[in-house]
Design a protein around this ligand. Structure first.
Ligand code: ADP
Length: 399
């Protein structure tokens, strides 16, 4: 799927120290890394590894650092052709002190570059874009950008990392609001649950707040609070940008049709993988092959759910069917024409719930074998997709 993200691109200079130094001290760094920073760009780098087409819109300077950042973005699979170049600024730089003792990171940021304005964004094509993700900055321009995306009928998300004047007025606009712990604490909320309880929520909107090693919390359509624990890697390598990887995992889950608890869990799995590797380049390789797409209890019995998963041979629309404690999964393609089967979102079973039904011409299939029992493709069968139920989670994929 195609994701456009709007944000800043910075040069991050990350110094790893044993512990954060007292003021006026001089300490030696254990390691130094230079990276392309910017929250939305980080999120895109992970989304590209999760199989999405990643596009970035923002401003860049006309200097050597900017050219290096753009080359790096290209290597990460991020299309930056929607950028606006300013000749009278310089590339923003973040100096990051990462403490090995506490896993905290302290950032000093310098920027002298105008941000993307609403008029710039109005020229960015939205045709074919499945999702637009915004960094919560440049508040005066963001309102018009979010409105444009909504009017266009494209779903969108807003990342709120820290308080900014007037940003709360934007909260009703995105489909997904991703608040960071830093924002919650700065607004006086001691826990993610406190913040989420205090935020007004538009119907169908998803609100989410990550909380470091404690995992993350989210509220969705049913108004219930969901929690996922974190998934720590065997050893922590680098937590800088864990929140950006979390956001990528959450959006990946939502785009693929996971339930809210599964998208939240997936986000923590992706963020945990990111904590196990330096930077973002190796996150995808650390992920398990199959993803938990929903809990067994979230499916009606009998019931079904449509999804998009990434199998070894590519992106695959598919669906799961629950019968008691057993779940079957098939590609969402009728063997007759290849057309998708559902007649309403997530509705793959016939009126009785006994058979899978093709909405196009009524072919009927056995739930457990996928064999066509009636219709023009009689004798043929749906293509199965690997699925299992583990710890109450339905996992789909060929890991
Ligand atoms: P940010 O980068 O915005 O400070 P957080 O620290 O809240 O982000 O982390 C985001 C997600 O990353 C958490 O929900 C968790 O899943 C994962 N994470 C962060 N730190 C750790 C850790 N030490 N161990 C395991 N997972 C972590």
């Amino acid at each position: 799927m195609r994701v456009l993200a709007v944000g800043v691109a910075t040069l991050d200079i990350v110094d790893l120290v044993e512990r954060y130094p007292p003021e006026d001290a001089e300490v030696r760094a254990l390691a130094r890394a230079e990276r392309r920073g910017g929250n939305a760009a980080n999120t895109l780098a992970v989304l590209a590894q999760l199989g999405h087409e990643a596009r970035w819109a923002g401003t860049v300077a006309d200097d050597a650092d900017a050219r290096r950042l753009l080359e790096r973005a290209a290597r990460e699979g991020i299309d930056t052709t929607a950028r606006v170049t300013h000749r009278d600024g310089c590339t923003p730089v973040s100096h990051v002190i990462a403490s090995r003792a506490t896993s905290s990171r302290t950032i000093v940021h310098y920027r002298q570059l105008p941000e993307l304005e609403a008029a710039d964004f109005a020229r960015v094509p939205l045709q074919g874009v499945d999702w637009v993700h915004f960094e919560g900055r440049n508040v005066p321009a963001l309102g018009a950008m979010l409105e444009r995306v909504r009017d266009f009928g494209t779903r969108c998300s807003l990342e709120v990392e820290k308080p900014r004047d007037g940003i709360e007025a934007l909260f009703p606009l995105p489909d997904v609001l991703l608040c960071a712990r830093h924002y919650a604490l700065a607004r006086g909320h001691a826990t993610a649950a406190d913040l989420l309880a205090a935020l007004p929520r538009r119907a169908s909107q998803l609100l989410c707040c990550a909380w470091g090693a404690d995992g993350a919390w989210a509220v969705g359509e049913d108004g219930a609070l969901h929690h996922s624990p974190s998934f720590p890697p065997p050893s922590i390598a680098d937590t800088v940008g864990a929140g950006d990887a979390f956001n990528a995992g959450f959006l990946d889950g939502v785009l693929r049709g996971f339930t809210l608890p599964a998208a939240l869990r997936h986000a923590c799995v992706v963020a945990g993988a990111k904590c196990g590797t330096e930077g973002f380049a190796g996150v995808g390789a650390l992920l398990p092959g199959g993803a938990a797409v929903c809990r067994l209890e979230d499916l009606d019995d009998p019931g079904s759910r449509g999804l998009q998963v990434r199998l070894r041979d590519g992106e695959t629309p598919c669906f799961v069917v629950r019968v008691g404690t057993v779940v079957h999964a098939y590609r969402n393609a009728c063997p007759h024409t290849g057309a998708p089967l559902e007649w309403r979102p997530h509705q793959f079973l016939d009126g009785s719930g006994e058979l899978v039904q093709c909405a196009l011409h009524g072919a009927l299939f056995a739930r457990d074998t996928g064999q066509c029992l009636h219709g023009p493709c009689a004798g043929r069968a749906l293509t199965p997709v690997p699925v299992d139920v583990h710890d109450g989670w339905v996992r789909v994929g060929d890991g």
